[in-house]
Ligand binder design. Structure first.
Ligand code: GAP
Length: 498
């Protein structure tokens, strides 16, 4: 992971936000290559889900339309959605180290009789667990902690036991606060007067903008249930522990579809969307071995998830989770929770009339909700390929999402080569993102393109002057072939065609 983060910084994919001022935890800026990569992922999603949507179970393309809603909405929206009140995690602070932990992520280990000190560690964090065991062994004056010692969730301890817990980063007991609620929503003030009456929130998910516009879309477009509304955009969450690069940040982007259907058909669509979305990530180059589907346990379900149906996560094996997996996209069955609540809280009609069946109902919703930022990280992780070539690494992006599609180099900056190369570059750049580079040795230029993940390099050399041929170098194999310069455009078109 460190190597990937350093490549991202070195080559201009992703930088820490406000780096000049020491950064700001949980915020990131995308550089020239990262912006192209993220935009390509976003555009591929929009193309494949909205412009050219998947074929449905009946053999017909689905109907999905896009919207772009405001980040700040009437604060009542978040009461209706359940985010005010529901969208927070119980947190535990350490008074000594000022560290903050999710209470449900803390476990404690202690001797079976429950007397003596208890040592807290963070769930799924090997280092934290080992530290707790080491301290406990020292306290108990034993060589190692064996199976006779027991692990308990911190939240299930009595007040008396709680007082005997040593925090994950301290050595003394009694520094942890009782779990308390912590809102994940960023708030702000609308207008000049300030005060609680003018408080508003930055959206924690793009989904609510879709629910708010459900009636507008039904009334103004020719959509009929079942259909989907898609949106890509920023979401903000004041995450307690932003970490793992852009995996969990406080400002990030989502690509969400709310699929509106009749309640009776929801199970069928739920299954459909789980399959389609997993296949889609595979189509961009994420390998089967690195992807898995995982059903949420009942204690992880979001407040809107429909009972008995729940949520499937599409998980990816990120470098920092391996051999485990981390969430890339959630496919949730939200029931008719959101539309009903907006109907209730606004007092307006939020439902659908099926003219064929002469039936009015509140549609149920299947929601494939993907992380655009997290997806970018998955693509970066998948592409990172160590190799024994001079650059020691290349980024094996699927050409569809490569930030740069091809580079054009004159072998040397003289003998008429730059002029020919420039002409080829001018021809190609009107159709594809290509780069022209004359600086440094050809080996260094290849290395730069390998790190940028550029699939093809065209080189104009001495032979070009004689026979009009150029070299094409393939990023993945580093092999070279010669083609006629007049065929370069077709060559690239064919290679990039899906
Ligand atoms: N509308 C449903 C919803 O927001 P979620 O599981 O909370 O569901 C959906 O978020 C996706 O958004 C996640 O699968 C993940 O890819 C992305 N995501 C959520 N929180 C994130 C964060 N703090 N940083 C980066 N991506 C995040």
């Amino acid at each position: 992971m460190e190597d990937l983060v350093s490549l991202c910084k070195r080559r201009g994919f992703i930088f820490p936000a406000s780096e000049l001022y020491g950064g700001i935890n949980g915020f990131w800026d995308y550089g020239p290559l990262g912006t192209e990569l993220k935009n390509n992922l976003r555009d591929a999603w929009w193309h494949d889900m909205v412009h050219c949507p998947p074929i449905g179970p009946d053999g017909e393309p689905l109907s999905i339309v896009g919207i772009d809603s405001s980040i700040i909405q009437n604060p009542k929206v978040w009461e209706a959605s359940g985010h005010v009140g529901g969208f927070n995690d119980p947190m535990v602070d350490c008074r000594e180290t000022k560290s903050r932990y999710r209470a449900d992520h803390l476990l404690v280990i202690a001797n079976a009789s429950g007397n003596g000190q208890m040592y807290a560690y963070v769930k799924d964090d090997e280092e934290s667990y080992e530290r707790a065991c080491k301290l406990l062994a020292k306290y108990e004056k034993v060589d190692a902690i064996d199976e006779s010692y027991v692990t308990t969730p911190l939240v299930s301890l009595s007040a008396e036991d709680f007082a005997r817990v040593v925090g994950p980063d301290t050595k003394e007991a009694g520094t942890l606060t009782e779990p308390r609620q912590f809102s994940l929503m960023f708030d702000t003030t609308v207008g000049a007067t300030g005060g609680d009456d003018n408080k508003a929130y930055l959206r924690p998910e793009t989904a609510q903008g879709i629910f708010l516009n459900f009636m507008n879309v039904v009334d103004t477009s020719r959509v009929k249930v079942p259909f989907g509304i898609a949106q890509v955009g920023k979401a903000f969450r004041n995450e307690v522990t932003p970490r793992n690069f852009i995996f969990r940040s406080r400002e990030f982007e989502q690509m969400e579809i709310e699929w509106f259907c009749h309640e009776d058909e929801a199970p069928k669509w739920y299954e459909f969307w789980c399959d389609i979305r997993k296949q889609w990530w595979q189509s961009l180059g994420l390998t089967t071995d690195n992807l898995q589907m995982r059903q949420h346990d009942s204690d992880e379900l979001a407040h809107y998830a429909k009972e008995g149906c729940g949520t499937f996560d599409i998980e990816y094996q990120f470098p920092f989770t391996a051999p485990g997996f981390g969430e890339l996209e959630g496919v949730a069955h939200r029931g008719n929770y959101d539309l009903s609540r907006h109907g209730e809280f606004s007092g307006k009609k939020v439902n659908y009339f099926d003219q064929e069946k002469n039936e009015r109902f509140v549609p149920h919703v299947i929601e494939p909700s993907a992380g655009l930022s997290r997806g970018t990280l998955a693509l970066l992780s998948e592409a990172y390929t160590p190799d024994d070539r001079p650059s020691k690494v290349f980024m094996k992006f699927n050409p569809r999402i490569s930030p740069i599609k091809a580079a054009v180099f004159p072998l040397v900056n003289k003998n008429g080569m730059p002029e020919i190369a420039k002409k080829l570059y001018d021809d190609l750049r009107t159709k594809h993102v290509v780069q022209y580079d004359v600086k440094q040795s050809i080996g260094k230029r290849y290395a730069r393109m390998d790190e940028a993940g550029t699939p093809y390099c065209f080189v104009i050399d001495g032979d070009t002057l004689d026979d009009n041929t150029i070299t094409v170098r393939d990023r993945d194999t580093a092999s070279q072939e010669r083609i006629n310069i007049d065929h370069a455009e077709n060559y690239l078109d064919e290679k990039l065609a899906r």
